[in-house]
Design a protein around this ligand. Sequence first.
Ligand SMILES: Cc1cc2nc3c(=O)[nH]c(=O)nc-3n(C[C@H](O)[C@H](O)[C@H](O)COP(=O)(O)OP(=O)(O)OC[C@H]3O[C@@H](n4cnc5c(N)ncnc54)[C@H](O)[C@@H]3O)c2cc1C
Length: 307
Amino acid sequence: MLRRLLLNASDSPRARHFTENSRMARPLVSRFIAGDSLEAALPAVRELVQDRYVSLDHLGEFTTDDSIVRDAVTLYTDVLDKLADDGIADRVELSVKLSSLGSALTRDAFPATLAAAQEICAAADAAGTCVTVDMEGAGTTDLTLSVVRALRRDFPKTGLVLQAHLRRTESDCREIANSGTRVRLCKGAYQHPADAVYSTREEVRESFRRCLSILVSSDTYPMVATHDPVLIDFAASLAARTKCGRGDFEYQMFYGIRPAEQVRLAAEGAKVRVYVPFGTEWYPYFMRRLAEHPSNLFFLLRGEGPA
Ligand SMILES: Cc1cc2nc3c(=O)[nH]c(=O)nc-3n(C[C@H](O)[C@H](O)[C@H](O)COP(=O)(O)OP(=O)(O)OC[C@H]3O[C@@H](n4cnc5c(N)ncnc54)[C@H](O)[C@@H]3O)c2cc1C
C-alpha cells in the first residue's frame, strides 16, 4: 500500500516540488545519488573502482524534447571522454534509460531512440566499455528488448535488464539463453498490471532463482542485481555448483545500499559492480528507492541518511 503510494508520488509534480525543495530530504538523497554533476560524482567513482566496478547512470527519464535528448547523448560522450582520460573506462560501463532518449517508449519513436542509443554505444565502444539498457515500467518491455536486439548487431556487449517480478521473464530468459547477451537480472522496481506480476516476496524470489538458473546454464553473462541476502547466497551457491568463476558473472548493487556487503563480496574475489546515479533529475529514482524500503521514510522525516 505505502509502496504503491510512493510509486504514484514519483509521477506527481506537487510531491516532486515538495521533495526537491525539502532540506530534510538532502541527507538521504546524497546517500543514494553520487552528485548533481559528473564532476561531483567522480570522486565516489574513483574510490569505488579501487576494488569494484561501476555502472554510471545520468539521471533523467521520460523526455520527448529533442534538445534534451541531444544534451543527454553529448553528456554521455563527455562522460566517456573523462573516464578514458582518467584511465578507468574499462571498469565503468554506462546504464541508459530509453525513456531519457526521447522515446516515451512508443513504436513511433523507435528509430530516433535507437539512433541516439547507437551513438552512445559507439562512443562507449570507442572508449573500451559498453552500455546496459535499463528496463522501465509497464508496456515498455517488448520495445526495450527490440532496441537492445538492434543495438547488439553492431555492439554485441550491450546489456539488457530483466525483471523477475514479471511472470513473462522466465520465458524471456529461455528466449535469450543462447544469444551471448549480458543480462542484468533484478526483481523489478516499477508498477505493472496486477496480472502481469508475482505478488508475494517469496514468489518473486522463486522467479529470480528460476531465471538465474536458466541464465547461468546458458551462454549469457548474468549480472545479479540484488541486495537481498537470500538471493546473494543462492547466486553464490549456484555459481559454486556450476563452476562459474569470477569472469562468468557479477553482482550488482546500488550506490549507498549495503556498501559493506559490496566490499565483503569483492574482498572474497567476486566481481561486484555498483550502480552510481548522478545528475539533477534525481526525484523519480529517489522515490523508487523509498518505495522499495518505505522504512527510509523514517530517515527522511528525521533529515538523516540510514545508518
Ligand atoms: C544495479 C541495479 C540495477 C537495477 N536496474 C533496474 C532496472 O533496470 N529496472 C528495474 O525495474 N529495477 C532495477 N533495479 C531495482 C530492482 O529491481 C529492485 O527494485 C531493487 O534492487 C530492490 O530489490 P532487492 O533485490 O535489492 O531486494 P529487497 O528485498 O528490496 O532488498 C534486500 C535488502 O537490501 C537492502 N535494500 C534494498 N533496497 C533498499 C533501499 N531502497 N533502501 C534501503 N535499503 C535497501 C535492505 O537491507 C533490504 O532488506 C536495479 C537494482 C540494482 C541493484
